[in-house]
Design a binder for this molecule. Structure first.
Ligand code: 3PG
Length: 212
C-alpha cells in the first residue's frame, strides 16, 4: 500500500484496532477488512504474535499496517523493522515520539488532558489519539479540550462502536475514529470472517462524508 497513513485517515476516518491472538488469522482478517472497504489495520502489541503479524501484513500491497500499544522506543524500532508504517501509543512518551519522527514514521500518541495535548503540540505533532475516549469524558471532553488547540486533530479511541461513532465524527477536530468493535477476535473465532466484513462495511458507510 503506497498511500500514506494521513491520506487514508482523512479519506476513511476509521482505524480498526486489532488484537490478534493467532498468526494464521492475520491474512483472513486483512482480507475481511479489505472486503469491507477498509485497507488499513493497527495491530496492537498485546499478543505474542503481533510483530509477526505486522511483518506478514506489511508484505501485502493492498493494506496499510501499523503498530498499536507501542510503549517505548525499543518497541517502536521493532515494529518499524517489521514493516509498520505508523505507530500508535496509549500515552505520550517524548522519547518514543522523537524516535519515530527521526525515522519519518507517523506517530499518534494517546492524550487525554490539556497538558498532554500541549506537550504533543510542542513535540511538533498535530495529530494525536484521544484515549480512552469514552472513559475520559467522550465528545464533551474532546470538544472542550480541542477548543484551545485549533491546530490539532484527534483520533478518539476507546469505547467507540457503531452506536456512538457519528457523535465523534461530527466534531470538526476529529480526524478519524479508532476502535475494535468490527475486529474483535470473538467475531472470527471459527475462521469465518464474514461478520468482520459486515461490521466493517457498515462502519465505512457511516464514516463516509455526506458530500462524498
Ligand atoms: C485501543 O487499543 O486503542 C483501544 O483499547 C481500543 O478500544 P476499544 O476496544 O474500546 O475499541
Amino acid at each position: 500500500m503506497s498511500q500514506p497513513i494521513e491520506t487514508l485517515l482523512s479519506a476513511l476516518r476509521l482505524v480498526p484496532v486489532v488484537r490478534l491472538e493467532e498468526l494464521p488469522s492475520a491474512s483472513g482478517l486483512a482480507d475481511a477488512l479489505m472486503a469491507g472497504g477498509l485497507p488499513l489495520a493497527e495491530i496492537t502489541l498485546r499478543t505474542p504474535v503481533a510483530l509477526s503479524a505486522i511483518e506478514q501484513l506489511a508484505n501485502r500491497e493492498d493494506i496499510l499496517v501499523g503498530a498499536g500499544t507501542v510503549l517505548n522506543r525499543t518497541q517502536a524500532a521493532d515494529c518499524i523493522q517489521a514493516g509498520a508504517r505508523f505507530v500508535v501509543s496509549p500515552g505520550l512518551d517524548p522519547e518514543l515520539v522523537s524516535y519515530c519522527q527521526s525515522r519519518d514514521i507517523p506517530v499518534f500518541p494517546g492524550v487525554s488532558s490539556a497538558s498532554e495535548i500541549q506537550a504533543a503540540y510542542n513535540l511538533g505533532l498535530r495529530q494525536v489519539k484521544f484515549f480512552p475516549a469514552e472513559a475520559a469524558g467522550g465528545t464533551a471532553s474532546l470538544k472542550a479540550l480541542a477548543a484551545p488547540f485549533h491546530q490539532m486533530q484527534f483520533i478518539p479511541t476507546g469505547g467507540i462502536s457503531a452506536t456512538n461513532l457519528l457523535d465523534y465524527l461530527d466534531l470538526d477536530c476529529t480526524l478519524a475514529v479508532g476502535g475494535s468493535w468490527m475486529v474483535k477476535p470473538a467475531l472470527y473465532e471459527s475462521g469465518n470472517f464474514s461478520q468482520v466484513t459486515e461490521l466493517t462495511r457498515a462502519a465505512v458507510q457511516m464514516a463516509k462524508r455526506q458530500d462524498d
